[in-house]
Design a protein around this ligand. Structure first.
Ligand code: DAH
Length: 334
């Protein structure tokens, strides 16, 4: 018996001396390995009388169990220590200043434009595009802006110098709104039509908190048989509720745009104020005439909204210039 406790004591000493996984493995080999201490003793048992042999045998086996368990426990301890050491050696210095680069993100105006587009795609609209350099005819004439009509003055226009020798039937300009895309679409396709046209527009404006010489609009156009003002109202209410929230109150007020009749503006009750969010109306018969549609056959509605304006309302941004200055602290909020 004392033999057994001697082995156990020896093992405990060796175990506490093992400071690494390698040393621990050596201890394992010395005690419970193939030619280890226990094994040798077990072999010697055969020289003992049978009774003692049995007693010794079971005690030795019990000891083996104890040793295996202790080895196992120590092994996971040493593994934890090794891992902690590796992690500590790889950890950064927490007193250093933070990583200087912030991850980029999509510009708030692009986000809003994408969101508007998604809402209309969800209602079955397609996307149309037109050029930023337009003809006077598409930007004004075909949209029923008569020559010398004061409505033209509301669009302070950048006209382009005709290049020497070029003959354009209609002067070129930077489009002042996305409505000319309506004209292009109707000229190139037959009804039914259901499109939106997102894009950049240009006006010769003094820049301030609510004006910019370059801004963004989304135009919409629906043409089919029997399109009514109720369709206009229903479609735009769905849009406004998806964009601003379903509890937002809306109202339509009469308004004037040369290319629609009747014309309207949609307002929303935002906080305690009614704010205009878009212009709309039933496509004017003169517009249909200019693209070769029969106003007796088809009807339609159109609408247009300013992306900056919607973004400003939604996020409570009071100065449009913030969208263009690219201060990271501003952009990072969206
Ligand atoms: N083009 C108009 C503007 O820039 C916005 C607009 C109003 C578009 C009414 C429309 C509409 O299609 O029906 O102010």
């Amino acid at each position: 018996m004392s033999e057994i406790s001697k082995i156990e004591e020896k093992f405990n000493q060796a175990l506490s001396g093992a400071k690494s996984l390698e040393e621990l493995d050596a201890v394992r080999r010395d005690f419970v390995g193939g030619k280890g201490l226990l094994d040798t003793h077990l072999k010697n048992l055969k020289n003992l009388p049978i009774e003692e042999r049995q007693k010794m045998g079971s005690s030795m086996n019990a000891l083996k169990g104890v040793i295996m368990k202790a080895l196992h426990a120590r092994k996971s301890e040493l593994e934890d220590e090794a891992l902690a050491k590796t992690l500590a050696s790889q950890a950064g210095d927490p007193t250093l200043p933070p990583f200087p680069f912030r991850v980029g993100r999509i510009h708030p105006l692009t986000q809003v434009m994408n969101e508007i587009t998604q809402i209309f795609l969800g209602m079955g609209f397609g996307i149309a595009e037109g050029p930023e350099v337009e003809t006077d005819e598409n930007n004004f004439g075909s949209l029923n802006f008569l020559e010398d009509h004061p409505a033209r003055d509301m669009h302070d226009t950048f006209f382009l110098e005709p290049s020497p020798g070029s003959v354009h039937e209609s002067p070129l300009l930077l489009r002042t709104h996305t409505s000319p895309v309506q004209i292009r679409e109707m000229r190139s396709a037959k009804p039914p039509l259901r499109i939106i046209a997102p894009g950049k527009v240009f006006r010769h404006e003094a820049i301030d908190a609510t004006h910019s010489s370059v801004f963004h609009q989304v135009e919409g156009l629906v043409v089919d048989k029997n399109i009514s003002f109720a369709d206009l109202k229903g479609t735009l209410e769905i849009f406004v509720h998806r964009f601003f929230g379903s509890s937002v109150k809306t109202r339509l007020n009469p308004s004037y745009f040369p290319f629609v009749e009747p014309g309207a503006q949609m307002d929303i009750l935002w906080g305690d104020r009614w704010l205009e969010v878009l212009g709309a109306g039933m496509v004017h018969p003169n517009v249909f005439k200019s693209v070769g549609y029969d106003a007796q056959e088809v009807s339609g509605f159109a609408f247009g909204m300013g992306v900056e304006r919607l973004a400003m309302i939604r996020y409570g941004v009071k100065d449009m210039r913030l969208f263009y200055q690219n201060h990271v602290d501003f952009l990072h909020q969206f």
